[in-house]
Design a protein around this ligand. Structure first.
Ligand code: ATP
Length: 512
């Protein structure tokens, strides 16, 4: 746990030092759970968005994009259920005055029990080596069976009391489990209360006539209210999807996990409209498609797991989270939900407008069912960044810090380095840079010894360094150094562009 916290601190410090993420309005001591993306962070974020957009919109003939406004008619949030039900159960510790999400306290407790089971499994794996049959072990080892049972019972009870809005039972559960305030160790809790997460604001100048509005807490509703507009003007046929990337706002109760849980964040969402009755088949298809998307980035299969929901949101008939192994453990990165016809029907009811599709094959109108894939852009950023940051032992007992970002997402694809700041080498380097910058984001660095510059680019996440030396003047060749392998090879300067193109081309990357 202490090591985890150290790693996490290192991630946060590195993100700041290399211009990825700053606290918002830092000169005024920051704003809680709000962050700014720096010069490198803005590039990485843009590249993640593009990778998602190309995979979801450009590569799917039946998915189109949308860019809806953040402010929406207030009835939207009545219809969607957010006014009445977008709450988190909160609990205060009377001694430390710290506020927590009651469900998260219980979930963290259950996760600790799961970790005990995982420890037993890991020990057995080590003991039995190749002969280890995990499934058999999990089903027969009395300790693991007990831990798993305990974890399941806790989560089921939590799900039941939340579904029944039985907040007294959530408190009772916290007390029965003896959960203490992580800060103070005190078990002196208040009752559990519901807290609405939407940020309110006003439209209009005078206090009397102003209308109450909300900053959207999710981008999805912008898609639903535009269902008929897009379907008609785009002549879309079921099944089809509408994708959107945009800001969302939530007044989170507890937000102390860096960009994982912010009050202002971005979502990349896609709502896929299908025939009623076919939704669960599409749900499975989208689970698989999204899993492949994640795996295509090469962050390590072992860093992902699916978590099927015990407690379903009021609108869903199937739901799963794709969880990622963040520096603080496995947590939700993306949600995939079968939202039924809940949203479109609710908007039909509140607006009085028809949100239906005439299916020529079935010769009838219906309200489509919806599969949603919803991923937090900032959480994806954290997943990519934290899993890429590594401390490597080198020969000779030295270490290097390297940010092994997938090349396709890296802010700069290459750094151009003249070996020395004289003898015409900077001019050649500048010429190469001026040529490459039309196709790639590239950077230039001439300060310090070349070895130090390599280290700097390693830590900043630049996948290639291209060095111009005295021989370049004669043989027109440059040295290309690979960030991950540290291998160096000489190639003709004229081939640099093609080399980089191959490394970061979307199609080649996806084919791999
Ligand atoms: P959590 O349980 O962690 O609060 P959620 O289930 O409320 O998340 P959804 O409403 O399903 O999240 O939102 C879809 C995605 O948006 C999440 O998978 C997550 O990646 C992202 N997201 C949600 N809340 C935040 C936040 N406060 N900060 C950053 N990203 C968020």
């Amino acid at each position: 746990m202490a090591k985890q916290q150290d790693n996490f601190k290192q991630v946060i410090a590195h993100a700041k030092e290399y211009g990825y993420i700053f606290s918002s309005s830092e000169i005024y001591d920051g704003l809680s759970a709000v962050y700014d993306y720096g010069q490198n962070g803005a590039e990485l974020k843009k590249n993640i968005k593009e990778y998602w957009w190309k995979s979801m919109v450009q590569l799917h003939d039946n998915i189109v994009g949308l860019d809806a406004a953040i402010l929406m008619h207030p009835t939207t949030w009545k219809a969607s259920g957010h006014v009445d039900a977008f709450n988190d159960p909160l609990i205060d510790n009377k001694d430390s005055k710290k506020r927590y999400r009651a469900d998260v306290l219980v979930e963290d407790y259950a996760e600790k029990i799961n970790q005990k089971a995982q420890k037993e499994i890991a020990k057995a794996r080590k003991r039995f080596g190749d002969k280890f049959d995990e499934e058999e072990f999990v089903n027969t080892n009395p300790r693991v069976i007990r831990y798993k049972k305990e974890e399941k019972e806790i989560l089921e009870r939590l799900a039941k009391s939340l579904t029944n809005e039985d907040l007294a039972d959530v408190k009772a559960l916290i007390e029965e489990l003896g959960i203490a305030c992580p800060e103070s160790g005190s078990k002196n809790w208040t009752d559990v209360k519901q807290f609405n997460l939407m940020f309110g604001t006003k439209l209009g100048a005078s206090a009397d006539s102003a209308t109450d509005l909300y900053l959207r807490p999710e981008t999805a509703q912008g898609i639903f209210v535009n269902f008929a507009n897009v379907q008609k003007t785009g002549r879309m046929k079921i099944p089809f999807g509408i994708a959107q990337i945009g800001k969302a706002f939530r007044n989170e109760i507890v937000a102390r996990q860096f960009i994982f849980r912010q009050r202002e964040f971005e979502q990349m969402e896609m709502q896929f409209f299908v025939r009623p009755g076919e939704e669960l088949t599409w749900f499975e298809k989208w689970k698989e498609t999204r899993q492949k998307w994640h795996e295509s980035l090469g962050l390590g299969k072992e860093n992902y797991r699916f978590h099927d929901h015990e407690k379903m949101a009021h609108y869903a008939n199937a739901a799963t989270d794709i969880e990622f192994n963040f520096p603080f453990g496995f947590k939700e990165l993306e949600g995939i939900h079968s939202r039924t016809d809940f949203d479109l029907k609710a908007h039909e009811k509140h607006s009085g407008k028809k949100l239906q599709f005439f299916d020529p094959e079935m010769n009838k109108n219906y309200v489509p069912y919806v599969i949603e894939t919803s991923i937090g852009l900032d959480r994806m950023f954290l997943a990519v960044f934290s899993s890429s940051l590594q401390e490597e032992e080198l020969e000779g007992g030295t270490t290097r810090t390297v940010l092994k970002l997938p090349a396709i997402l890296a802010p700069y694809k290459a750094a151009i380095l003249p070996l020395v700041k004289k003898d015409g080498l900077p001019e050649i380097a500048q010429e190469l840079l001026d040529d490459l910058k039309w196709d790639f984001n590239v950077t230039y660095d001439e300060k310090d010894a070349v070895g130090r510059r390599y280290r700097r680019q390693d830590a900043a996440g630049t996948p290639f360094c291209i060095t111009i030396d005295h021989d370049t003047k004669e043989d027109k060749q440059v040295t290309v150094r690979n960030r991950d392998t540290m291998e160096q090879k000489r190639i003709p300067m004229a081939e640099v562009k093609a080399m980089l193109a191959k490394e970061v081309d979307f199609r080649t990357w996806m084919d791999k």
